[in-house]
Ligand binder design. Structure first.
Ligand SMILES: [Zn+2]
Length: 182
């Protein structure tokens, strides 16, 4: 299997080369894995653009296919909600009888730091170029839903980006596809 097709919309289908892992470059034991991509455009009703692409992954990188990037707002919110919950739990333990209202902060603050910090530990391993999905939609321009005029994809693996661009040379030359990488 050298390449599969990814349907982006009614008129646009992209060739997806299957020669090596799109995250780390490993060529042994690779398999196509459905990688859901999406990009939202503010609050417009047709603002969300999504498609799936069967990218090649090695055994170690399979998990990154579905690991959507987490924004800093979401990281802060998740950390805040969990730390406030932990602080409230601390208030019903015997701790407040010792330290009073400080019990809330004594528990909530370390929990916040721990969860927020755990996001920072999510780093790629070995030759991996990304802990999260090794591809993302940078930009999409649509005439109407299902009619993509221009699509920009960014790959974290530079050589895969080049391979992808040459597999879709025609689309790149037409200006429908732009590939960033590395
Ligand atoms: Zn890999």
């Amino acid at each position: 299997m050298t390449s599969v097709l990814a349907r982006v919309d009614d008129d646009l289908a992209l060739h997806v080369p299957q020669f090596f892992c799109c995250n780390c470059g490993e060529a042994e034991d690779i398999r196509p894995v459905t990688t859901p991509l999406s990009k939202s455009h503010g609050w417009k009703p047709d603002g969300r653009f999504a498609f799936q692409i069967e990218l090649p992954y090695c055994k170690r990188c399979v998990r990154s296919a579905t690991q959507a990037p987490v924004g800093s707002i979401k990281k802060t919110l998740v950390s805040a909600i969990l730390s406030v919950s932990a602080g409230m739990v601390a208030m019903i333990t015997p701790l407040p009888s010792v330290v009073g209202a400080w019990a809330f902060f004594l528990v909530a603050v370390p929990v916040f730091a721990m969860i927020f910090g755990s996001y920072a530990l999510q780093k790629p391993r070995g030759k991996q170029t990304s802990y999260q999905q090794p591809v993302r939609i940078v930009h999409v321009k649509r005439r109407a839903p299902g009619k993509v005029e221009a699509l920009t994809l960014a790959f974290s693996h530079a050589r895969y980006a080049q391979t992808f661009a040459s597999a879709n040379r025609e689309e790149v030359e037409r200006g429908v596809l732009e590939v960033e990488g590395g």
